[in-house]
Design a protein around this ligand. Sequence first.
Ligand code: CA
Length: 333
Amino acid sequence: MSEPCRVTTTIDLDADGKQFGALSVPYSSNESAWGAVRIPIVVIKGGAGPTLLCTGGNHGDEYEGPIALGKLARSLEAADIAGRLILLPALNLPAVLAGTRVSPLDQINLNRTFPGRWDGTVTEMIADYVTRRILPLCGAVVDLHSGGKTLHFLPFCGMHVLDDAKQMARSRDAMLAFGAPFSVIIDEFDRLGMLDTAVEQLGKVFLFTELGGGGTATATTIAIAERGVRNLLHHFGMIEGAPEPAATRLMHSPDPSYFVVSEDRGIFEIMVDPGAEVSAGQPIARIHDVESPARTPATYRAERSGLLIGRRWPGPTRPGDCLAVIATEREPR
Ligand code: CA
């Protein structure tokens, strides 16, 4: 951990008060020989208390985070906060400006490149700075996602299955406090390179959201993001008052059998919409060969009974694409 950091910041992460600034990531291009990418950062620090990091725009085609965290940054003052709130509303700014999942500068998915590289590309340097300079300051992190252009979810706040029971209990309490309509515990297929993993390995609370998707944000999903982050600030005792009461259903998707994955190429048909209860063996999706209408489409069945919480969004589909996600009720404990 003794490598230099090539990213610099225009603010003092430890200073009291409210600061709007930027992480400056060196990037020499045809447009700017001695240039840099400037990732917006806001730090609001009041009296003694915990540090919460909220990130948006980890993927550039998901907008609840950038919008809700910008609103929060403008509305909260240091006098309102006990502790320190660090906001990175557009963590992968080049991707957010392009409206793409991965960065247009290096084609890297930020959320698959943690812990990053100090001597890497722009996206790798962002991950390195967050890993080495910001995460050590934080007690908890919430990363605001939605489904982007290729997925669509019922609005949920999520966490992962963790080995440490105490860390898992603290995370679950925070997830329920966020108060999204659904709270989902997921066992991710492949956690390598995720911000999630970088935070969880430090023993800290990590939450993510999947608030909608399809490449846009709605008034409803933006409101869920805003209310959820404020509820977390209440939960951690960082702002006055109690969380706004919100009904949430605790669910889980504990293994890969809850994810329906394509084995075909063609046009995707969802047969039940998110929010529907499905039973094991029920046909839930088809993939059509639209060039051969006489051919029977491939049918995909739910392997598990439960609630359809997510679906693929665009029509054109290839083998390996995630078509649907199912979750079942989990006992609150
Ligand atoms: Ca995402």
